[in-house]
Each structure stands twice: as C-alpha cells, then as structure tokens.
Design a protein around this ligand. Structure first.
Ligand code: HEM
Length: 181
C-alpha cells in the first residue's frame, strides 16, 4: 500500500484516538516514530493491523471505520494528485474518469503504486455504476472515497450496492446517483 494512504490513515488515527492511539498503532506495526513516505511502498498488512487496532479501540464495525477513513482520505489524495484533475469536470465526469485519468496517472507517476482497476459507466444522466475488483476487498474504502469526492464537489449523492465482494459476490457494483436539488 502506498505511503500516501498510510500517512493519511495515521492522521485519521490521530484525530480519532489522539497521540496515545497513534503511538499504540505505531507499536503494533513496528513502525516507530518514522511514519510513511508519500511515494514509498509498504505491506498491505500494516493497513489491516491499524484497522484492527481501530476496531478494538472504538468497538465500531470495520466497514464503517474503513468508509469513514475513505471520506477523510480525499483531501490528502488531492493534495498529492490534484494536478491530475481536470478543472472542467463535474462530479459525474470525475467518477467516469477516475480509472483512465486518476488511477492511470497514479500508476505513471508512482510506478510501485497499485490502485485497483475500476470500470465506470454512466447509468443515467446523473448516475454512474462502478465495478470494483481487488484482492484487497476494500469496497468500503471505495464508497468512502466516493463520498469524500462528493463533498469536494459539493454535491449530495446516494450510493447503492447491487453486488458486493464482502457478501460473497465476485465483484462489487456500486451505483452513485447525484441528488437533484
Ligand atoms: C482523487 C482521485 C483518486 C486518486 C488520486 C486515487 C489514488 C489512489 C492511490 C494512490 C491508491 C493507493 C494505491 C496503492 O497503495 O498502491 C488508491 C487506492 C484505492 N483507490 Fe483510488 N484514487 C482516486 C479515486 C478513487 C475513487 C473515486 C475510488 C472509488 C470508486 C477509488 C478507489 C480506491 C480503492 C478502493 C483503493 C484501495 C486499493 C485497492 O482496493 O486495491 N479511488 N487510489
């Protein structure tokens, strides 16, 4: 997992559990005080260890925590990769271009990064269906990133999941519809 994600996760830990919580997580990962380099590559397991620590500390369901972290992650992702965003995009354009522009740009810019391959198709004038497949099974993170992006674009959305890997389906189908105000 790329350092930018783990660095944001540390910020999320700090904001939910404070400095003692962050110190506890750094002991669990064996990371000490050094933190993460944005473009460094780290074992996916560190994300799992920190998530498990958060579940234990808060008693909340893992999917809820991962999704909340996805929302919190977006400003940090945009700080690093915002240069890839086309300023003319609407929120719907952003979702349709995440794979071809954002994730592809991430792969070119940071060759050791492995963002998931997403397929996004228009489901209606103001809705998009995204197919997510990844061995990491981080669909709650995908939903959180979508919600965080909606906040960035200042739009209200509803998300429905026709299929989900966490329910045993081979992939997740996530439909995002922009609410008309
Ligand atoms: C601002 C636009 C975006 C940027 C810059 C971005 C960038 C990244 C980066 C750097 C990673 C880490 C890759 C690695 O650790 O090797 C990642 C992972 C991920 N991205 Fe994106 N992403 C964006 C939008 C999205 C959107 C809209 C979704 C959901 C539809 C999404 C879903 C995910 C998921 C679920 C992962 C976790 C890795 C996995 O599941 O295999 N991303 N992204």
């Amino acid at each position: 997992m790329q350092g930018v994600i783990l660095d944001e996760l540390e910020k999320y830990v700090l904001s939910t559990l404070g400095q003692p919580g962050l110190t506890r997580m750094r002991n669990l990962t064996g990371r000490g005080d050094s933190g993460y380099d944005f473009s460094g590559k780290y074992p996916d397991n560190e994300l799992l260890v920190i998530m498990r620590g958060l579940v234990e500390a808060t008693g909340r369901p893992p999917e809820e925590i991962v999704e909340e972290f996805g929302i919190a992650l977006v400003p940090g992702l945009l700080e690093v990769y915002g240069f890839l965003l086309n300023p003319r995009w609407s929120f719907i354009d952003f979702l349709l271009n995440t794979e071809d522009v954002m994730h592809r740009g991430v792969r070119l810019n940071t060759p050791n990064a492995r963002p998931p391959e997403l397929e996004a198709v228009r489901a209606g004038p103001e809705s998009v269906t995204i197919t997510y497949r990844s061995k990491r099974n981080l669909c709650p993170l995908a939903k959180g990133i979508i919600r965080g992006a909606a906040a960035h674009y200042k739009v209200d959305i509803t998300i429905s999941e026709e299929r989900c890997m966490l329910r045993g389906d081979p992939e997740c189908l996530i439909t995002v519809a922009k609410e008309s105000l």
